[in-house]
Design a protein around this ligand. Structure first.
Ligand code: E4P
Length: 218
């Protein structure tokens, strides 16, 4: 499973890239606004840190506008994935870009029917939002199961399931069990993945025991 980080904070991206675990980055207009930085500048800097796909979202609502914005964004770096919303206009823009070989991440997916449309539009990634479905009392992971099952029935579908709106490590484990290709993870949740109290306890005991024995390896 590939790990993308869901942020526009350069400090977090650099820190997590140094772990060797980072396969890409996703941003959205909210995350860019939160960074307080210029959209193009911040995307450019992210692309200089991470080799994998970096999703940059268009803000136009019509196909023409999305194409104009997307063309500008695609020029920033070769690893840009244009992010478009799951609307008819977004799907038309998706088809336009993927037929030219530019990666597209179709975002704001909340149903299996929408995911099927994105695959037909040739999306590189489909982004179903699990946390936001959980927030309204639905089960976000059920949607991931449905999409993984449907896509697996059609070997010609190359669209990768990019699980978005992740809130906790269980979302990632459940998505991995279902065979989802990518999880885009907030930095705090990605850092949580390593924690287990028995690892900390075991390590403390090993350190203490070797100290007591008076030995060290080097
Ligand atoms: C990713 O591409 C999405 O923009 C993001 O995961 C949304 O997450 P949120 O529901 O926590 O805002």
């Amino acid at each position: 499973m590939k790990f993308f980080v869901d942020t526009a904070e350069i400090k977090d991206i650099k820190d997590l890239a140094a772990t060797g675990m980072l396969d890409g980055v996703t941003t959205n207009p909210t995350l860019i606004a939160k960074s307080g930085r210029d959209f193009v500048e911040v995307i450019k800097e992210i692309c200089s840190i991470v080799d994998g796909p970096v999703s940059a979202e268009v803000t136009a609502l019509d196909t023409e506008g999305m194409i104009a914005e997307g063309e500008k964004l695609a020029k920033i770096a070769e690893n840009i994935a244009i992010k478009v919303p799951l609307t008819w206009d977004g799907l038309k823009a998706c088809k336009h870009f993927t037929s030219k070989g530019t990666m597209v991440n179709v975002t704001l997916c909340f149903s299996a029917a929408q995911a099927l449309l994105a695959a037909k539009a040739g999306a590189t990634f489909i982004s179903p939002f699990v946390g936001r479905l959980d927030d309204i009392g639905q089960n976000g992971m059920d949607l991931i199961a449905d999409i993984c099952q449907i896509y697996s029935m059609y070997p010609n579908i190359e669209t990768e399931v990019l699980v978005a709106s992740i809130r906790n490590p269980n979302h990632i484990i459940d998505a991995a069990k279902m065979g989802a290709h990518v999880a885009t993870i907030p930095p705090s949740v990605l850092r949580q993945l390593i924690h287990h109290p028995l690892t900390d306890k075991g390590l403390a005991a090993f350190v203490e025991d070797i100290k007591k024995s008076g030995q060290k390896v080097a």
